[in-house]
Design a protein around this ligand. Sequence first.
Ligand SMILES: C[S@@+](CC[C@H](N)C(=O)[O-])C[C@H]1O[C@@H](n2cnc3c(N)ncnc32)[C@H](O)[C@@H]1O
Length: 209
Amino acid sequence: MRAAFREKEADDQEPAEKMEFAPADYFARAKVGDIFPREGRLQVDIGCGEGGFLQAMAKLHPEDNFLGIERLLGRVRKVCRAVEQVGLTNVRLLRIETAYALRYVLPLESVAVAHVLFPDPWPKRHHQPRRLIQDGFMEALHGILASGGELRIKTDDEPYFQWMEKVLARAKGYERLDWPDDSEYPLTDFERRFLAQGLPIYRARLRKI
Ligand SMILES: C[S@@+](CC[C@H](N)C(=O)[O-])C[C@H]1O[C@@H](n2cnc3c(N)ncnc32)[C@H](O)[C@@H]1O
């Protein structure tokens, strides 16, 4: 029983799919070339879920490289298979906890745009420490953003957005940008559901200075 359990655990550490980026060393930052052998700006979709936005962006911007970060194995597998099926060569998936990826895995000063789209709102007060947008997140993100790199956030959850506004206002080394025209920016899978329910969408865009 125990051996079978170990075997399963070992299996789960293997890269799920061809399109998955599994770092050779989880204790040293990767090089951009380890993730994508091809040239191109790096964009990351943090908590990419089922990957609708990631794929749409990769099709819209074939000159850029797109790394989806997602902690759920099933979602990572699903996106990897879809990406492989449609033949996108500028997408990779990293299955990991975001905080760890930013602090220990992703190359410093490498990311042109980080998208955080509809992160889990964790509405209960005692769960709020689990929210993605925190002071530590902003600090770690600053390290991996390239000069002039951007953070783009969307949420349907007003209380979480108010929380984010406070975190963003005190984050050092960023300036706030307008985000006036959304037409070029693909909808995410969750966003479609929220729009269908008539929910408002809150947005924030910042640039590393
Ligand atoms: C509400 S869904 C949104 C998915 C997608 N961005 C969209 O808008 O359709 C949030 C996703 O982020 C993932 N996630 C949440 N916290 C995460 C973390 N700390 N690291 C990596 N993925 C995370 C969840 O597993 C889930 O797939």
